[in-house]
Design a protein around this ligand. Structure first.
Ligand code: RTP
Ligand code: MG
Length: 173
């Protein structure tokens, strides 16, 4: 049913313009984000944009899991310090879902270093470091799938409808 009939309908109301693929992305609030009590603020950024939280786990990531997560960076000069940082304390590991969630979440996080990230992004607003940059976000559909599998069993990822989906996506889910 098209719920737009009673309101202004622009360009084919029940079909999204510029339709993007529904994606899932792994977002981690890193140990610095937890220590600095920024978890609520960071979650709010993703919620307000319209992404849907479908899984979450508060956990102290082990060194070996951190090595798996950042396997693409093995051999680089920053790999060992990065692994040490990620496994230094608890993190909040989440899966967020939306059309184009992977790219969108990376824009919300901002450029890798807080020194370069634009104001308005999480890192731009709260980080002034290349390493202690608060959040991790998957960088491609392939990485997202592999990273989500590292932290969540399939039955730990929930399926539900957002009651305001029409107002976010121009369609009901
Ligand atoms: P992330 O994976 O954590 O979401 O960050 P990202 O995609 O923006 O950056 P990436 O290139 O994947 O790097 C992973 C993490 O390694 C640290 N890093 N240090 N040149 C350096 O010293 C350097 N480059 C990267 C950062 O903590 C970055 O988040
Ligand atoms: Mg990365």
């Amino acid at each position: 049913m098209c719920i737009a009939r009673s309101i202004e309908c622009v360009g084919g109301c029940h079909k999204p313009r510029n339709a993007a693929m529904v994606e899932r992305t792994l977002i981690i609030i890193k140990p610095d984000g937890i220590q600095r009590r920024l978890a609520g603020e960071i979650i709010t950024r993703f919620e307000r944009k319209g992404l849907k939280l479908v899984a979450a786990k508060f956990t102290h990531i082990s060194e070996s899991l951190a090595r798996e997560l950042y396997t693409a960076h093995r051999g680089k000069s920053f790999f060992d310090p990065l692994v040490k940082f990620i496994s230094s304390g608890p993190s909040l590991v989440m899966v967020w879902e939306a059309d184009g969630a992977i790219g969108m979440a990376r824009k919300i996080a901002g450029a890798t270093s807080g020194l370069d990230a634009q104001p308005g992004s999480i890192r731009g607003d709260y980080s002034c470091s290349g390493r202690y940059n608060l959040v991790h976000g998957s960088d491609s559909p392939e990485s997202a799938e592999a990273e989500i599998r590292l932290f969540f069993a399939p039955d730990e990822i929930t399926t539900y409808k957002l009651s305001d989906a029409y107002w976010l996506h121009g369609r009901t889910e």
